[in-house]
Design a binder for this molecule. Structure first.
Ligand code: DGT
Ligand code: CA
Ligand code: CA
Ligand code: ZN
Length: 581
């Protein structure tokens, strides 16, 4: 079924493409508004009829008709027409930090820019400098951002890849002639970016499965197709490989195509040293000299678990298969590391309401947190320097604290904290006075501006916030955006040591555009004994779904639930909070 998020995404793309094509602002805004309204719906738009859709605030007759079209046909014809009119490479230009649809249009129509290469050439030739509002500083920033976008090229954020993979696995898995299906590759390992999507299936009717896959609505181009593998390119430019394997060797294939390559190399070495040969078809007992005889017995191939067990290993989460010591840690005889799972998370400690830049009211936010099975929600709207995010000045903050505390009476089973996501200013001071901070139950301190600071200054800045006696958590410590901007260049080991000493938690901001701390930082922080928070940085109801990416990042950093404050029971979490009050 078409999800609200998919529908909203289509409207957003129509808005962007129309704007690039020079449509009037009224039309563009209508699509943007429709995107936002559908995204904020609490019921599935796919289940609503035309009249019910039209009755939604922000959805008109023409957008309602498009929803129905999408739900019934799987596509919006207007979107397809728009896609055909805009050079596909402009998408990567739009991904450059600071380039919106209006600028992309100007670059395209006035400077002939159609992709990153022509964008760079136009800057070098001085064509861009002649356009309106393109000062030397702006151009310098653009050049840096292009270089960053190029380094990310071809890889998409996990938050874009996972919903596509979920839909594929669910829908292909429901076909009567499909026996098993799973995604593999970097997506299964929970990496922050995905090069291509790998799907694995077993089927009793392979030609039909390939046919269904090739003719799906998101497919823009079939790159290759055969009896065992079909590769396609989606409209979003994502390559998806579907491999079909015999059901008897599904486990071996899943193990092989999940990777990582480095993990597989280690595992194969281990197999050889134990007299086996491992490949995507199974684990074979070898004759002497490592040769696989024709009739070599296939020891394990149906389940991943069997292969690891036959090699004296416990099954380990795919997120840990990066050749970072996992084979030693998961020896059958060893005490295995405690690994966090999504069910362990019982609190959201970084969230925004309509008081600053969120979409939910205080009560809506608490209701969503409660429905996720959480016992605690910390409401942390932006502080005053975040004026573009409608940050709260002192007076508004005091009113907001009172409103949050008043909500406690309506939600007797929830632990509700009035907090703030207070800005860490460029010199490391905080955006509110200590007197005001002391009135908050919970303080997340985060860097938002001055993210190109000199590394030494930047490290001092964050250290100062870590040492602040009223700060509980450092939010998205580096300020990086995945595929967006590199963020602060910090001496991480100094941060870990200080965070440990001052009992300040470091956040894994689980939102897939941030994932900050990143996996390698989590491992370092863990080993230094730091406490870690995993938060969704909720701005709207859907953001709670980002938790899976935060948890995947935590697993990739080998985080144990005992070192994650979101896993504490309500009482323990409150006791931890009170150390700073
Ligand atoms: P990506 O797509 O760049 O995000 O990363 P992966 O890990 O999904 O890599 P991909 O799609 O090239 O291959 C999927 C998996 O297949 C990979 O994780 C491990 C396995 N694989 C692919 N090529 C090789 C290889 O040459 N040797 C070994 N041992 N495994 C391979
Ligand atoms: Ca892949
Ligand atoms: Ca692949
Ligand atoms: Zn923030």
């Amino acid at each position: 079924m078409a999800t609200n998020a998919q529908i909203a995404e289509n409207f957003e793309e129509i808005a962007v493409l129309s704007e690039i094509l020079g449509a009037n602002a009224f039309k563009v805004n209508a699509f943007r508004r429709a995107a936002r309204s559908i995204e904020a719906l609490t019921t599935d738009a796919a289940t609503m009829d035309l009249n019910a859709l039209k009755a939604i605030d922000g959805v008109g007759a023409s957008t309602a008709a498009k929803v129905v079209e999408f739900v019934t046909t799987g596509a919006m014809s207007e979107l397809n027409e728009l896609r055909a009119q805009v050079p596909p490479g402009l998408k990567e230009v739009l991904n450059v930090q600071g380039i919106g649809p209006k600028t992309a249009r100007t670059l395209w129509t006035e400077a002939g820019v159609v992709d990153l290469a022509t964008f760079k050439a136009a800057i070098d030739a001085g064509v861009v400098a002649k356009l309106p509002r393109m000062g030397p500083k702006t151009i310098e920033n653009m050049k840096e951002s292009i270089a960053f976008a190029e380094s990310a090229r071809g890889r998409i954020r996990i938050g874009e890849a996972a919903p596509l993979a979920d839909a594929l696995v669910t829908e292909l898995g429901a076909l009567p002639f499909v026996q098993r299906v799973s995604f593999a590759g970097s997506l299964r390992r929970g990496k922050e970016t995905i090069g291509d999507l790998d799907i694995l299936a077993s089927s009793t009717d392979v030609p039909r499965l390939m046919e269904v896959f090739r003719t799906r609505s998101e497919v823009a181009k079939v790159l290759a197709t055969g009896d065992t593998k079909t590769s396609v390119l989606t409209h979003h430019g994502v390559q998806v490989d579907l491999r079909v394997v015999p059901i008897e060797s599904f486990g071996a294939a899943l193990q092989y195509f999940t990777g990582s390559k480095e993990h597989n190399v280690r595992l194969r070495e281990r197999a050889i040293s134990q007299g086996f040969r491992l490949n995507e078809y199974g684990l074979f007992k070898t004759a002497s000299e490592g040769k696989i005889p024709e009739d070599a017995p296939n020891v394990a191939s149906r389940e991943e678990h069997d292969i690891y067990a036959a090699l004296g290993l416990a099954w380990m989460p795919p997120t840990m298969r990066e050749d970072r010591g996992e084979l030693d840690a998961f020896e059958l005889a060893a005490k295995h590391p405690g690994i966090i799972t999504i069910e362990d998370i019982k609190a959201e400690l970084h969230s925004h309401t309509t008081a600053s830049d969120g979409a939910l009211s205080i009560d809506q936010l608490i209701t969503h947190a409660q429905s996720r099975g959480f016992h605690t929600i910390a409401i942390t709207d932006h502080s005053k320097s975040q004026f573009q995010a409608n940050g709260l000045d002192d007076a508004r903050l005091l009113t907001h604290i009172a409103a949050i505390h008043a909500a406690r009476a309506r939600f007797p089973h929830m632990q509700i904290w009035a907090g703030s996501e207070v800005d860490i200013l460029s010199d490391g001071t905080l955006d509110y006075s200590d007197e005001l901070l002391a009135q908050l139950d919970w303080v997340v301190a985060s860097p938002h501006a001055a993210l190109k600071q000199d590394p030494k200054l930047a490290t001092e800045r964050i250290l100062k916030a870590i040492r602040h006696p009223l700060v509980h958590v450092i939010g998205h410590p580096t300020g990086r955006l995945v595929n967006g901007r590199p963020g602060l260049d910090l001496a991480m080991n100094e941060l870990y040591a200080a965070a440990h000493e001052h009992h300040t938690a470091l956040e894994i901001n689980g939102h897939s555009v941030r994932l900050d701390l990143r996996d390698t930082h989590v491992r370092g922080a863990m080993e230094a004994g730091c406490m870690i928070a995993i938060n969704c940085d909720v701005h709207g109801a859907d953001d709670f779904n980002e938790l899976r990416y935060g948890v995947a990042t935590a697993q990739r950093g080998w985080l144990a639930p005992s070192q994650c404050i979101n896993c504490f029971d309500a009482h323990t979490l409150d006791a931890w909070r009170r150390r700073k009050r």
